[in-house]
Ligand binder design. Structure first.
Ligand SMILES: Cc1cc2nc3c(=O)[nH]c(=O)nc-3n(C[C@H](O)[C@H](O)[C@H](O)COP(=O)(O)O)c2cc1C
Length: 357
């Protein structure tokens, strides 16, 4: 049996394999009130029936301003919870695990989706005023205002309430999005955080909001597995980097996180990112080595043998895939066949199983 298709246990939850669907924005809540619909059911459902061990939702706003665009989903009200429930039921019934990425976009919110425009959506077209750690603009977007100290407890409460809603909606794993230049990353990085209060300056202070969110969410979700996605580096001298990620991951592990999902970049437009096959694997390995927490790797992992080799290195426990699963939702079934593993297919698809008669 390959490691890719062997089960993994996080707290009390057993997940059937280590090939997971990475969160991917669909910008497809046409209602613009954050309620998921048929697109999300078919998109996420297809990947669940095709053998991924865990299917992660796209970045989902913890409050209205937490969305990246007016077309992004939310999990702050009961209508959204009900809509998500239909999807989580389908994912669970397919033998996969429904997971949600809880997110706040901060200064990278209120933007157009690629096929509707570019830059910030004006207020009279459904956009909103953004806020961030400091009043520092992301290139090409509107200027955010700096969050007041008194507003931070409201944000933490919003994360906590969103986590409760996620459980009510049937999600079995929760991920906090602290990567890709979104709000929690805006607090972590010295390039976007110029605060002079206890949430800015030293690493302890910049990490404070994230750690408070982790503790608050853990308190709310009991024994449910909790992941944190980090960008391990801003790829800019003087910015957020691997060493800081490793330290904050160790603190977050103590605070109640279970696994770190390691990505990179996104804080600064135009940063030079050295992409290539598996380019973020060493970043994930480093977090595991420093924090001793289990980690996942993502980024240009596209075939079965490559994914298995990443896991066999011993420092990464899970592989997430994004674009490969957009190209080919059936990839997990194909990968199992290539690695010689016997995995169950949906009964409806059994007649398509290799070897063909
Ligand atoms: C269409 C699309 C949407 C994405 N949306 C998100 C998102 O909502 N949250 C997130 O953390 N990453 C997002 N990502 C990044 C992916 O999760 C993944 O980390 C990245 O694509 C690299 O993996 P890959 O090479 O397997 O695609 C998105 C990527 C794509 C292609």
């Amino acid at each position: 049996m390959s490691k890719l298709f062997s089960a993994i246990k996080i707290r009390d939850l057993e997940i059937k394999n280590r090939l997971w669907v990475s969160p991917m924005c669909m910008y497809s809540c046409e209602n613009q009130v954050g309620v998921v619909g048929d697109w999300h059911l078919v998109h996420l459902g297809a990947r669940a029936i095709c053998g991924a061990g865990l299917v992660m939702s796209e970045a989902t706003g913890i409050n209205p301003e937490g969305r990246i665009s007016p077309w992004c989903p939310g999990i702050w009200n009961s209508e959204q919870v009900e809509a998500w429930s239909r999807i989580t039921k389908f994912i669970s019934a397919s033998g996969s695990v429904p997971a949600i990425q809880l997110a706040h976009a901060g200064r990278k919110g209120s933007t157009f989706r690629a096929w509707s425009g570019s830059g910030s959506v004006p207020l009279d077209q459904g956009g909103w005023e953004t806020y961030s750690a400091s009043a520092k603009t992301f290139e090409g977007y509107q200027a955010p205002r700096e969050l007041e100290l008194s507003e931070l407890s409201v944000l933490i409460a919003d994360f906590k309430a969103a986590a409760r809603n996620a459980l009510d909606a049937g999600f079995e794993v929760i991920e906090i999005h602290a990567a890709h230049g979104y709000l929690l990353h805006q607090f972590l990085s010295p390039l976007s955080n110029e605060r002079t209060d206890e949430y800015g300056g030293s690493l302890e202070n910049r990490a404070r909001l994230l750690l408070e969110v982790v503790r608050a969410v853990r308190e709310e979700i009991g024994n449910t597995p909790l992941l944190v996605r980090f960008s391990a580096t801003d790829y800019i001298p003087g910015g957020w980097d691997q060493e800081q990620t490793n330290q904050v991951a160790a603190w977050a592990f103590e605070a109640g996180a279970d696994l770190f999902d390691i990505s990179s970049g996104g804080l600064v437009a135009g940063a030079k990112i050295p992409t290539g096959p598996g380019y973020q694997v060493p970043l994930s390995e480093s977090v595991h080595q420093a924090s001793s927490a289990p980690t996942s790797a993502v980024g240009q992992i596209t075939d079965a043998a490559q994914a298995e080799a990443v896991l066999q290195s011993g420092d990464v426990e899970v592989v997430m895939m994004g674009r490969q699963l957009l190209r080919d939702p059936y990839f997990p079934l194909r990968a199992a066949h290539e690695l010689g593993d016997e995995v169950s297919w949906p009964v409806q698809y059994e007649r398509g199983k290799w070897p063909t008669a």
